[in-house]
Design a protein around this ligand. Structure first.
Ligand SMILES: NC(=O)c1ccc[n+]([C@@H]2O[C@H](COP(=O)([O-])OP(=O)(O)OC[C@H]3O[C@@H](n4cnc5c(N)ncnc54)[C@H](O)[C@@H]3O)[C@@H](O)[C@H]2O)c1
Length: 393
């Protein structure tokens, strides 16, 4: 009964969490049918079966992951009801309003920082590109002249930078975050970096007694524009509640992956898959052109069978298939990410053949003057390489 009540509440949400619970619900049906088969097999009375399922559900619901989803749903309900985070809110957790510092206002950082401002947070921003910072000033941000100035006023600092070299320079450099941030502030890196870099950051900040976490971002740039990002958060349990309500002002979904560094590890695996799909999508579409198929028909089939993948279904029609190659997800960042995953495989002595092939294809596409384009330009590169017309819908 307890589990049914949880389901009734949780499956009500239209959110991703709702979908997760829907899946858990489906899983419970499977568990139920397995239990019933066991009961048939063992000739046990069927009424012992619900008790078995309830036991499984009690165990599941007690897990911290489920508790976490409950928190996310609770926070989202506060947003939806305009309650201003009365139950979970940054002021309550920090004992006062938090000033937020945001460094890196590119394709992803700009909309994320803008969402914070739109949702009532006090935000100080910094970027090497002063124009990006000035644009946000119009929305209500304070522009810092340098990183120390930003650190002075910030209780929670985010970085959203291209990759490891920039993050190390900004976080650990002489005039960087570590040398200037307040002792009781928290630093969260949202950039996609490698395992060694994030572990180095954790060690350096922890040694100085400063709270550090990583929260690389999932989903597409268009989701960041709509405040619908997903965060793979790695942070100690004791700091989670201070960061959660702020992340939920930039996105809809948080997965607490574990300690600082586990967000990055999860993100590398995620992006390895995303970027390998760039190549498999491209091979499939170019083959369809070469075979003289109607591309719309092929596209519909591929996105409605088990061949379906989110990149092909959601991103391709909006980008390369309509000839829009502006990034989105810049191919140089894609190459960086697939290289990070490949290096992680090498360091762990794991063979990742498709990952490594895809990495080299990205390298070739970059060399063929595709820099500055969206990762979906791999399809055009692959078409050109094979002398086939570029696939367009
Ligand atoms: N674009 C996507 O779809 C996407 C999605 C998820 C995650 N990511 C990751 O997010 C991160 C940022 O991606 P993006 O697309 O916003 O990149 P971007 O190149 O558009 O933006 C990076 C920003 O950082 C600024 N910057 C660089 N060095 C700096 C420094 N030393 N000090 C201050 N500012 C500096 C740049 O001026 C730029 O505005 C990357 O790690 C990327 O892999 C990107």
């Amino acid at each position: 009964m307890i589990s049914s009540i949880y389901f009734a509440v949780l499956c009500n949400s239209n959110s991703d969490e709702g979908k997760v619970y829907q899946r858990l619900k489906t899983a419970s049906v499977h568990i139920l049918s397995v239990c019933y088969s066991i009961s048939d097999y063992e000739h046990r009375p069927a009424r012992s079966v619900p008790a078995a399922v309830l036991g499984i559900w009690r165990k599941t619901i007690a897990s911290s992951q489920i508790m976490r989803f409950q928190n996310v749903i609770l926070a989202r309900k506060n947003v939806a009801s305009g309650a201003g985070y009365s139950s979970i809110n940054s002021s309550q957790h920090s004992g006062g309003a938090m000033n937020i510092g945001f460094i890196g206002l590119g394709r992803m950082g700009f909309p994320l920082a803008k969402s914070l401002i739109k949702n009532g947070e006090t935000v100080t921003v910094y970027d090497l590109n002063i124009d990006a910072a000035k644009k946000l000033e119009k929305d209500g941000a304070t522009v810092a002249g340098n990183i120390p100035e930003l650190c002075k006023s910030s209780d929670l600092i985010f970085t959203m930078l291209p990759g490891p070299p920039q993050v190390k320079a900004v976080a650990l450099g002489e005039n960087g975050i570590i040398a200037n941030m307040k002792a009781d502030a928290i630093y969260i890196d949202m950039s996609t970096v490698d395992v060694d870099t994030v572990d180095m950051l954790r060690e350096e900040f922890t040694n100085k007694g400063i709270a550090f976490g990583d929260a690389p971002v999932g989903r597409l740039a268009m989701h960041a524009d709509r405040g619908e990002s997903l965060f793979m958060l790695g942070i100690d349990e004791k700091h989670y509640s201070r960061v959660e309500p702020i992340l939920l002002k930039m996105g809809t979904t948080i997965y607490h992956c574990g300690k600082a560094g586990d967000g990055t590890r999860t993100k590398l695996i995620n992006n390895m898959m995303v970027l390998c799909y760039c190549q498999i999508n491209s091979e499939a579409l170019v083959l369809a052109k070469a075979l003289g198929l109607d591309l719309k028909n092929t596209f519909d089939v591929l996105t409605n069978t088990t061949a379906s993948n989110g990149q092909l279904k959601q991103k391709w029609p909006q980008k390369v298939l309509k000839g829009d190659l502006t990034p989105g997800f810049d191919i140089a960042l894609g190459y960086k990410d697939i290289s990070l995953a490949s290096n992680a495989g090498a360091a762990s002595r794991i063979a990742l053949p498709l990952c490594d092939i895809t990495k080299n294809i990205f390298r070739m596409a970059l060399a063929a003057e595709n820099s500055g384009k969206d990762t979906s330009c791999i399809t055009d590169f692959w078409a050109e390489t094979n002398g086939v017309d570029k696939p367009r819908l």
